[in-house]
Design a protein around this ligand. Structure first.
Ligand SMILES: [Zn+2]
Length: 277
C-alpha cells in the first residue's frame, strides 16, 4: 500500500536530494496536498496530478515514481507533480474509518465497514465532480454524500478542490494531466471546438499511442472534473489517463502497476511536445 505517510517520507527523501517540494493547501481532515517540482521554474509549466479518487491510490504511487524516475532528466519546461490530491479519501480507502468521532457518519454514507471502493473525500464529495465545469450535469451525478459521484453543495465547495483551483490559476500551466484507474484509456474532450479541439486531440493521440491505450472521443457525460475545468475555464489541453487494463478489478494494489512502466516517461514526453508547439 502507498499511504499518505509514505508520500510524506518520499517528500523528505526527495527534498534532501534537491527536489523542490511543498504543499498547495490542506484537505478537510487537515492533511497536506503535497507537490514536487522538476525542471525550470520560469516559463511554461505542466501539472500532473493523481489520487483524486481515493480507491485509485496506485496513481499516487505512479506519480511519485515519475519524480524518482525523471529527477535527473533535463526538462525543457517545468513540471509540478501532485501525487495525492485526496489524501483523506486515500487514507480512508486504505485503512477504513478508524477515528470514533467520524466512524458512524462515514459508515452510514458508505453503507458498510469496507471502504476499499471509496472514491470521495471525507465529506462524501467526489472531488472530480466538484469543479466548476457544467457542475451537476454529469451522467450518474449524485445529490447527497456518497462513496462516489456526489457533486457537493456548490461548485468548488471542498477545500481540496479550492486548493487545486487556486494552485492551477497561480501556476497558469500550459497543460494538465490527471491520473485515474482503470481502463487503459486517454480522455481529452470537453466541449472544446475548432483549433483547441484539434490541438488537444493530437496531444491525446500522442500519449495514447505511446502507451498503447485507447483514445476516447466525446465528452461522454463528464462534468465537474479537473480536466473538464482546465479545458473549459482555462482553455488549455488537459488529459485524463486511465491506467491498468479491464482485466484488473477494484480495489487495485501495487501489483496492478506491472506493465504500466511507460507512464513514467509521460511528463518528460509532454514537456518536450509542448516546448515544440
Ligand atoms: Zn478516477
Amino acid at each position: 500500500m502507498y499511504t499518505y505517510y509514505e508520500l510524506r517520507e518520499d517528500v523528505c527523501r526527495l527534498c534532501k536530494l534537491g527536489v523542490e517540494t511543498g504543499s498547495i493547501g490542506r484537505s478537510v481532515g487537515g492533511k497536506h496536498i503535497l507537490y514536487f517540482h522538476l525542471g525550470p521554474k520560469e516559463g511554461g509549466q505542466l501539472i500532473v496530478q493523481g489520487g483524486i479518487h481515493a480507491r485509485e491510490w496506485i496513481t499516487s504511487l505512479l506519480v511519485t515514481a515519475q519524480v524518482d524516475f525523471l529527477m535527473k532528466e533535463k526538462f525543457p519546461l517545468g513540471v509540478y507533480f501532485l501525487p495525492m490530491t485526496n489524501p483523506d479519501g486515500v487514507t480512508l480507502a486504505q485503512r477504513g474509518a478508524r477515528e470514533e468521532a467520524e466512524r458512524k457518519r462515514l459508515v452510514k454514507i458508505n453503507g458498510g465497514e469496507d471502504f476499499s471502493l471509496w472514491k470521495a473525500n471525507l465529506r462524501g464529495v467526489d472531488l472530480n465532480c466538484n469543479f466548476d465545469a457544467r457542475w451537476g450535469k454529469g451522467k450518474g451525478n449524485r445529490r447527497k454524500p456518497a462513496p462516489s459521484s456526489y457533486i457537493g453543495e456548490s461548485p468548488t465547495s471542498e477545500p481540496e478542490t479550492k486548493a487545486l483551483v487556486a494552485f492551477t490559476k497561480r501556476v497558469n500551466p500550459l497543460m494538465t494531466v490527471s491520473y485515474h484507474a482503470l481502463g487503459r484509456e486517454v480522455y481529452y474532450e470537453f466541449f472544446q471546438k475548432g483549433e483547441a479541439l484539434e490541438r488537444d486531440r493530437a496531444l491525446g493521440r500522442s500519449v495514447a499511442e505511446f502507451l498503447g491505450y485507447n483514445l476516447v472521443h466525446g465528452d461522454l457525460g463528464s462534468a465537474g472534473g479537473y480536466k473538464d475545468w482546465c479545458v473549459s475555464a482555462l482553455g488549455i489541453p488537459s488529459l485524463t489517463i486511465e491506467i491498468v487494463g479491464e482485466e484488473h478489478a477494484h480495489p487495485l494494489d501495487e501489483s496492478d502497476l506491472k506493465g504500466e512502466e511507460n507512464n513514467l516517461w509521460i511528463p518528460l514526453l509532454l514537456t518536450k511536445t509542448l516546448a515544440n508547439l
